[in-house]
Design a protein around this ligand. Structure first.
Ligand code: F6P
Ligand code: MG
Length: 304
């Protein structure tokens, strides 16, 4: 099987973009090593959303920043753990990232992940996810894997113990199939439309696969090649919880590249404009038919 370098050279990815992907790959390898041994306690600080940071959240962010600072092609970064975008230099690439998504699952030993969106830009504000030139998610589970797109389909790499990443799956495609991951179920207390949809999934015999971590929950849709992940809003959080720039847009780019879809209930996540870094959005992501069903059923909800 091809390694990271052979694969991207083989599909004609240009040298500068490959170099950015290399920096991401290196930081993922380092985070994966740390997760196995570092304490899972709190850092004693809060992030911009008022959430308690774990020592590991802070460490993962530092590992990525340190790696990116060594790459002069990366001129701008933004992290879910930091309040502002940071200019690193004149490099043409801008990388936004969620260093450790689902980090509250680390202490119970469930899978967590990192998410990266890569743009050519000098600010993330005003961009849409469609402008991404590449996106990557890393999954730290029993195995460490990467899903990558450079706009030419989606592939998976697996970290071996050498340690290096080898291509483990090519041409990842999403077809039809009955699997559901219904996030933010607390919304059914006041949203009859969501309650009815969940009941429909159950009546139709869909298999429930939900861990509470967006990265592993959406990763299984890629790998099983079917299903739907939903995270709607309700009165307390009309836009839900998940962040457009750091979480939803990179996932959506990967999903569309695998033949699936990602919507906020009305339009593609990739067409939403980033107005500010902390922007949140409802998301329905997975097989096209499933996303359409969510749009039909949930897209007209207005907060009463
Ligand atoms: O980053 C947010 C996150 O941890 C996602 O990975 C996950 O899908 C979601 O929160 C779970 O949210 P809640 O705690 O509301 O169930
Ligand atoms: Mg997150």
């Amino acid at each position: 099987m091809a390694n990271f370098c052979e694969y991207f050279k083989g599909i004609g990815v240009n040298e500068p973009l490959f170099s950015v992907l290399e920096s991401i790959k290196k930081s993922v390898r380092l985070i994966s090593e740390q997760i196995k041994k570092v304490d899972t306690g709190k850092a004693g600080t809060k992030n911009v959303y008022g959430e308690d940071q774990l020592a590991l959240d802070v460490l993962a962010d530092k590992i990525i920043q340190d790696e990116f600072k060594q790459n002069f092609l990366i001129g701008l970064i933004a992290s879910e753990e930091l309040p502002n975008e940071i200019k690193l230099g004149d490099g043409e690439y801008a990388v936004c990232y969620d260093p450790l998504d689902g980090s509250s699952l680390v202490d119970v030993n469930l899978a967590v992940g990192s998410i990266f969106g890569i743009y050519k830009a000098n600010s993330f504000i005003g961009r849409t996810g469609r402008e991404q030139v590449a996106a990557v998610i890393a999954i730290y589970g029993p195995r460490t894997t990467l899903l990558v797109t450079t706009g030419d389909g989606v592939v998976e790499f697996r970290l071996t113990d050498e340690p290096r990443f080898i291509l483990s799956k090519k041409n990842i495609r999403i077809e039809e199939g009955k699997m559901f991951a219904p996030g933010n179920l607390r919304a059914v207390r006041e949203r009859k439309d969501y309650l009815e949809l969940v009941q429909w999934w159950m009546n139709e015999g869909y298999t429930l696969r939900y861990s509470g971590g967006m990265v592993p929950d959406v990763n299984q849709i890629f790998l099983k090649g079917k299903g739907i992940f939903a995270y709607p809003g309700y009165s307390e959080c009309p836009q839900g919880k998940l962040r457009l720039l750091f979480e939803c847009a990179p996932m959506a780019f990967l999903m569309e590249q695998a033949g699936g879809a990602a919507s906020d209930g009305r339009m593609s996540i990739l067409d939403q404009k980033v107005e500010h870094l902390e922007q949140r959005t409802p998301i329905y992501i997975g097989a096209k038919k499933e996303v359409k069903r969510c749009e039909r059923k949930l897209g007209n909800w207005e907060m009463s």
